[in-house]
Design a binder for this molecule. Sequence first.
Ligand code: PLP
Length: 381
Amino acid sequence: MKYPMFKVFVRGEDALENIREVFSSGYLNEGLQVGEFQKKLERQLGARNIVMTNSCTSALTIAYKIAGVGPGSDVVSSPMTCVATNTPIVNLGGNIVWADILPNTGCIDPDSIERSITDETRAIAFVNWGGAPANLESINEIGERLHIPTIQDAAHSFGATWGGQPISEYTDFTCLSFQAIKHLSTGDGGALICRDPKDYVLGRKLKWFGYDRDSAKDLKGEWKGQRWDADIGSGDLGYKFNMNNVAASIGLAQIDHIDEILMAHRSNAEIYNRLFASSDQINPLDIPETAVSSYWVYTCVLAGGFQRRDRLLELLNSEGIGAGLVHLPNDLYSAFRKSRKYLPGTREFAASQISIPCGWWLSENDCRHIAERVLTLLKNA
Ligand SMILES: Cc1ncc(COP(=O)(O)O)c(C=O)c1O
């Protein structure tokens, strides 16, 4: 594809230099580099209590586990997301109750969350579609009023804000992905931001069998080696989900550039916003004024039904423009059959959505070209 949907920002020399250091230290597992990456993330995101993991799926699993998801419990969740938001719920023995999404945002509908709550609801989960925050204020209010933990899948939305605050301020758990095609990548990697420091302490244990690796540091915070002699508490039995130093050293080579990456995504999206504003055939997603999206991709909805949309996709792809659908509605997978219900907003969005590339690798002229091709080809689709 001449204009791919995703591309990894890796400054090869910096990453190699960092990795060389890890190799010469002989310590590949979680150690200094992971700690350094965590500190840089804290500063970058204005967040504390970050558990470093090997993926966002792992971070989500830990969040569900802390929330108490297990056999007999329900989780209200969004069907319009990567399956990674939802597979851990079923793998932990929980039951998904779908909330519908708003077809003009791609994000979960807070009214539908309220209607989906049961006596057994242990968590509310959702994604910030394409990088644009869902209605965080309403979701936070529902969670706090009903005492139900809220879990935000922020895999698309690194650096997004709501009301001028980091998105992690609005939910009990925020899960990040540093997988290969994200704004910030470590190859594979993730993080869990906990609002409550007690959840952070438990999260740190759950990511590494149930031991607290950090208790193996001396008073100056220097790493003192593995910790196998501590007890694993009965509620602490965990996983092997920690990040390693090789992954962290790739992230360290990128995080100093994240502001320029995000700025490029946002300014490319602004170009599309301006060029699509006068079309009655294509509607960019509605993003509340109080939110700042990180525009992982640029999603719009089209008039005319899914056959026209699919035809447009084919035409764009044949011209080297990597347009696509990003995720399919999860409620249609057989694995989630038990949770099926009437979801008109999801059906409408799934049939009309299309995403086009808007990342740092595209120039202003590239975006103008892509927008022009979308508008012209739409006439023939
Ligand atoms: C919304 C969403 N959540 C979770 C994930 C899974 O992330 P990871 O591969 O880091 O587990 C992805 C991956 O693309 C995603 O798009």
